[in-house]
Ligand binder design. Structure first.
Ligand code: ATP
Ligand code: MG
Length: 424
């Protein structure tokens, strides 16, 4: 026997029971972004490697260690997208959606990072991304956070997620702060773990969210960014907090929250949960006012977030929030090969009359018992039975598979009767 080929580690198949739950959640997501007036973008999954290096930053984990990069047949260096913001900005610039305009955009799709696969961390995963261009006030920061909160409420998990908030100030403020932080880290260099030592001179802010306990203890005495903020940055952050409070959205200030990618300034936030162990960040985002210019556009303020769908699904299933739904409501059965054509016509009629219903036509013949067994197996609610007798009389027999009640109705009444059964 030939050896079977397996999926790539960290890249998951979603089976019908999974996709049933995903579709329900995606529907809530689509309805939410739609309700806020956001428009969908669809970008390619592959981009030039230089886009990610320039946008995300050369010395970030994502670019240094996690990208799927390859040369195509023309010798160009391409990468599977590790996140959506860079591609979204690239596309919006390429199609002149940004200059002097406001845009509220969203996208949903797969992202790729070569990480060590574990629960909540995969090599192909999916994100909902929201990106807003052309607005620089704290009101829009509050709006996208409110949008996520709205989503948690609709999904029934608002009490299971905690909002952490920080400000990174302006580039200038951060620069002065970084110098002071580096001085502090250099003075304690021997006490740092290897990662933090490396980051001290490449990406010192990332030392702040080091997972190393000794480093965390040391940081208690480190300079804090909030002491370096000017009046404008402070006002932005205070107004954001005020807006969130007035919307009834609770938050926790976390001065150590810096986020992994280079492009953030001012507002950064994360929604975290304790229900998923180490991979507890479900959604993260912030303001990235410098990125559009960095990618060759005229300066434009921007703010957005990325929401990890696998972690969201894990949280929902851990909390027992969504169950797979049956793919079939109505199972149309015919007794005898002579009526196969009529049976298919009936299924067709029912689909036209009941556009919301899922109507499956039985194929492959068999006796009455077998047909009903199939109807049960696909978890249909109603079996519609057509035999010679019924054809002669212009009727069909309906069996409610939940109550086992059976009734014969005229073919003209069938759709209405089925709708009544499905409704209760
Ligand atoms: P983490 O700190 O968990 O590695 P991150 O800061 O790298 O997350 P972002 O780049 O901000 O994550 O991506 C936004 C969201 O996408 C995360 O909050 C998370 O929910 C999800 N995510 C990121 N990487 C993965 C992954 N490898 N597998 C599954 N989900 C992921
Ligand atoms: Mg990561």
């Amino acid at each position: 026997m030939a050896q079977s080929i397996k999926a790539i580690r960290g890249m998951n198949d979603l089976l019908p029971t999974d996709t049933s739950v995903w579709q329900q959640v995606e529907q809530v997501i689509r309805a939410t972004v739609r309700a806020y007036g956001y428009s969908e973008m669809r970008m390619p999954i592959v981009e030039q490697t230089s886009l990610f290096c320039r946008a995300i930053g050369e010395v970030t984990d994502v670019v240094e260690k996690e990208m799927y990069t390859f040369e195509d047949r023309s010798g160009d260096s391409l990468s599977l997208r590790p996140e959506g913001t860079a591609g979204c900005v690239r596309a919006a610039l390429e199609h002149s959606l940004i200059y002097n305009q406001e845009q509220r955009l969203w996208y949903m799709g797969p992202m790729f990072r070569h990480e060590r696969p574990q629960k909540g961390r995969y090599r192909q995963f999916h994100q909902l991304g929201v990106e807003v261009f052309g607005l620089n006030g704290p009101d829009i920061d509050a709006e996208i956070i409110a949008l996520t909160y709205d989503l948690w409420q609709k999904l029934g998990i608002a009490d299971d997620l905690c909002l952490e908030l920080n400000t990174l100030g302006s580039n200038e403020e951060r620069k002065v702060y970084k110098e002071s932080l580096v001085k502090f880290l250099e003075a304690h260099f021997d006490e740092l773990d290897e990662d933090s030592k490396r980051r001290t001179h490449t990406n010192p802010l990332r030392v702040l969210d080091s997972k190393d306990e000794k480093v965390q203890a040391l940081l208690a005495d480190a300079p804090v960014l909030s002491d370096f903020l000017g009046a404008e940055s402070k006002a932005h952050f205070e107004q954001l907090q005020h807006l969130l409070t007035s919307l009834g959205i609770k938050f926790k200030l976390n001065p150590r929250l810096v986020r992994g990618l280079d492009y953030y300034n001012l507002t950064v936030f994360e929604w975290t949960t304790t229900a998923l162990g180490a991979q507890g960040t479900v959604c993260g985002g912030g303001r990235y006012d410098g990125l559009v210019e960095q990618l060759g556009g005229k300066p434009s303020p921007a703010v957005g977030f990325g929401l990890g769908l696998e972690r969201l699904m894990l949280l929902l299933t851990t909390l027992g929030k969504f169950a797979p739904q049956s793919a079939v409501d109505v199972y149309v059965c015919g007794m005898g090969t002579e009526i196969e054509g009529e049976q298919m016509k009936l299924a067709h009629e029912l689909r036209a009359a009941l556009p919301e219903a899922k109507v499956m036509n039985h194929c492959g013949g068999g006796n009455f018992k077998r047909l009903l067994k199939r109807a049960d197996k696909v978890e249909a609610r109603v079996a519609v039975i057509l035999g010679d007798d019924e054809i002669q009389k212009g009727t069909v027999t309906l069996k409610d598979l939940k109550t086992s009640e059976q009734q014969e109705v005229t073919r003209a009444d069938a759709a209405a009767q089925i709708a009544a059964i499905l409704a209760c």
